[in-house]
Design a protein around this ligand. Structure first.
Ligand SMILES: *Cc1c(COP(=O)(O)O)cnc(C)c1O
Length: 406
């Protein structure tokens, strides 16, 4: 997508605005499938919590992907988008047995991540094909917010509990068809990934009726210039080879599954916000935009660096800015960032706004959630309207008392 296209979309649909480039999602999908083309049975399940607009789900379905979901509501959205239940995986954590049973009844593949629920589910439904989520205790990335494989993590069944896990499966005679791991976002090093994969293979040997191995996700995409990214091609080469030899040892052709979220949609997304005010203080120049952590929380929540460009005046003299929002709390998008000289009314474009941006938006400060546009074949399609005042009142029930009754 070109900056002039984005600028035109901001004019047409207003700001703040999310824009997603369909072609980029497709090219990331192709890159991943190509990297693993040596694996006979490959399946990509899009982790929809990254970006859950139904039109985006439909687009990704057309590419041939399945879905990875973490709540019954995501399952319902996936079914609504037209996915077959067999193409949906359900990988929740900390949900009730009732919700798992409800999702199972829809024909969706369930994935269980703790021994308590596993024992209860296996006792009640020994014939249902179940996948189990293992925690290999691998630290991936340095940020504890996003590294879920380490020892204190709440995710998955610890590999140290393997004897107990095997006992439950033997006692209940339940049907384990898959082993899963997801070591968290931002795997910097493919050696770490391959190390965790070995642990998964070891666990897999204990189960005789497997149909698939699910390696989760955690692929890192670049957020700024010269950022580290997962070398998918290299990982594809090494892991495919290892996976194929494992299948020979196991005596059966298994399906290899990945659940990328960020990898598919992060770089396809652009967030456009308008500069309301340029404010000079004694220490910095603030550029205040018509948004905040209500629409775009990643910089504040994770300290993630999203590249910012002044697409209204891209060729001006560069100056240092603190880009902040309009929320009545500290909501700094970027500190001390070099940006082409900003004038009030300019449109700033934030990169890597496809994953965990709109899907984490809220109505804090009673602001409306932004509109979303899908850019396809050189055209912008509105796929979610900007909220209105009615949306803020929806579900609120006026109290039917008057001042005199208080
Ligand atoms: C969030 C999540 C993913 C996707 O992670 P990304 O870093 O966005 O690729 C995959 N699997 C599970 C179980 C998840 O919870």
């Amino acid at each position: 997508m070109q900056p002039k296209d984005l600028l035109q979309l901001a004019e047409q649909f207003g700001s703040p605005l999310y824009v997603y480039d369909a072609e980029k999602i497709q090219s990331q999908y192709n890159r991943l499938t190509k990297a693993f083309s040596k694996v006979d049975k490959l399946r990509i399940n899009y982790a929809m919590k990254a970006l859950s607009n139904v039109s985006v789900l439909q687009l990704i379905k057309e590419m041939g992907a399945g879905l990875d979901t973490v709540s019954i509501q995501e399952v319902l959205l996936g079914l609504h988008a037209g996915y077959d239940p067999e193409k949906i995986f359900y990988t929740p954590n900390g949900v009730s047995l009732e919700e798992i049973e409800e999702v199972n009844a829809m024909g969706v593949q369930i994935n269980i991540d703790n021994l308590s629920i596993l024992e209860q589910f296996g006792t009640k439904h020994p014939n249902v094909p179940v996948c189990i989520r293992i925690n290999p205790h691998v630290m991936a990335g340095g940020n504890t917010n996003i590294s879920v494989g380490h020892i204190d993590s709440k995710f998955g069944i610890s590999i140290h509990q393997l004897p107990h896990l095997v006992r439950i499966v033997e006692n209940t005679k339940m049907n384990i068809v898959g082993i899963h791991m997801h070591t968290g976002s931002d795997i910097l090093d493919i050696e770490v990934f391959l190390y965790a994969a070995e642990i998964l293979f070891d666990v897999a040997k204990k189960f005789k009726n497997l149909e698939f191995l699910d390696f989760g996700s955690g692929f890192k995409v670049p957020y700024k210039k010269d950022d580290i990214e997962t070398d998918i091609e290299e990982l594809g080469k090494k892991l495919s080879k290892r996976f194929n030899t494992f299948c020979v040892e196991y005596g059966k052709e298994l399906t290899l599954i990945f659940e990328p979220g960020k990898f598919l949609v992060s770089e396809a997304g652009f967030f456009l916000a308008k500069v309301n005010v340029v404010k000079q203080t004694t220490s910095t120049v603030f550029a205040g935009v018509d948004s905040g952590f209500n629409h775009f929380i990643r910089p504040m929540l994770y300290g993630s660096q999203h590249h910012i460009e002044n697409i209204s005046h891209p060729k001006g003299k560069e100056r240092f800015y603190s880009v902040v929002g309009y929320i009545c709390e500290t909501d700094t998008f970027a500190n001390n960032r070099r940006i082409s000289e900003i004038k009030e009314g300019d449109i700033l474009c934030f990169r890597n706004a496809g994953a965990y941006c709109f899907s984490m938006a809220s109505n804090y400060n009673s602001r409306y959630k932004p509109a979303e546009v899908l850019w396809m074949n050189g055209q912008g399609h509105l796929i979610r309207a900007r909220e209105t005042f009615e949306d803020l009142l929806k579900n609120q029930i006026p109290l039917s008392i008057t001042a005199t009754t208080v």
